[in-house]
Write a new protein. Structure first.
Length: 269
């Protein structure tokens, strides 16, 4: 089985940024098939454009733009790339990087497909920092990474608890981003009282119901910004913002840049 050392990834590396204990790479996937392999260090894979299929010993992930995976240092996996252009953003972390922050990497599961929109939005923020500021963003990126791992570890603890059946159902409902969804509609569908749902949601998602839905809309909008066939008006409608102005305001509030500015960062490699 092939073993990739620090900074090594299959494909064509467009850009590499090296910091203290952190390596960020912007990579184009060029191999139709990459056989079983593993990496020297833990790292994130964030799909920016296109599609790739990744398999490990437990399951297979169909990864499209916006997919975020975490691999621990000893987790083997393989990749298949469908036809078309595929590009990924990797954050590789030296094992010693975790120690000052008290992050126990050994207790983090490897080969995770991260669905939490809060963690994925933080990854978009890391990408933005790297593209805007290059090597001069260590402090900002470390703070974002620590927040990501804190949320991931919190989610891992939540998974170990007994969850009511409605938790997975409401997650499916919200990720479909239905239009004009009301609290009473959700509660009725789940056979819950609206007050009970509103009160208990944050216990299982670490945020309010409103915050969670906003994060999902912005996450979907970020994915669509990688597609030039979608205008800002199209994206606003697809993600159920009131209009283009509402979309731009929400996006700027979260990322401190406009959707068009982010699109330029994303597409100007």
């Amino acid at each position: 089985m092939q073993y990739l050392k620090s900074g090594e990834f299959f494909g064509v590396i467009n850009e590499t940024t090296r910091m203290e204990g952190i390596i960020l790479t912007d990579t184009e996937y060029t191999h139709e098939r990459v056989d079983w392999h593993y990496h020297e260090n833990p790292y994130f894979t964030f799909i920016l454009q296109g599609n790739v299929i990744e398999g490990n010993k437990k399951e297979i992930y169909n990864c499209s733009a916006g997919t975020l995976l975490f691999h621990n240092w000893d987790d083997a996996h393989y990749n298949n790339k469908p036809p078309g252009f595929t590009r990924g953003f990797h954050i590789e972390l030296d094992k010693d990087w975790f120690m000052p922050f008290g992050i126990d990497i050994d207790n983090l599961q490897g080969n995770i497909n991260i669905s939490d929109p809060a963690v994925k939005l933080l990854m978009y923020a890391v990408f933005k920092e790297n593209k805007l500021n290059g090597n001069d963003c260590l402090l900002a990126i470390e703070a974002l990474l620590v927040e990501m791992f804190t949320k991931m570890q919190g989610n891992a603890k939540l998974l170990k608890r007994d969850k009511p059946l409605w938790v997975e159902r409401i997650k499916e409902m919200l990720h479909e981003i239905p239009e004009n969804l009301r609290l009473t509609d959700i509660a009725n569908d789940l056979n819950l009282h609206p007050v009970h749902l509103s009160r208990d949601f944050s216990k299982h998602f670490n945020c309010t119901l409103g915050d969670y839905t906003r994060k999902i809309r912005l996450e979907k909008a970020l994915v669509l910004l990688s597609r030039l066939d979608y205008s800002l008006t199209d994206i606003a409608m697809e993600c159920h913002f009131a209009d283009q102005s509402h979309f731009i305001r929400s996006f700027r509030s979260q990322y401190c840049i406009t959707p068009l500015q982010y699109r330029k960062l994303l597409l100007n490699k």
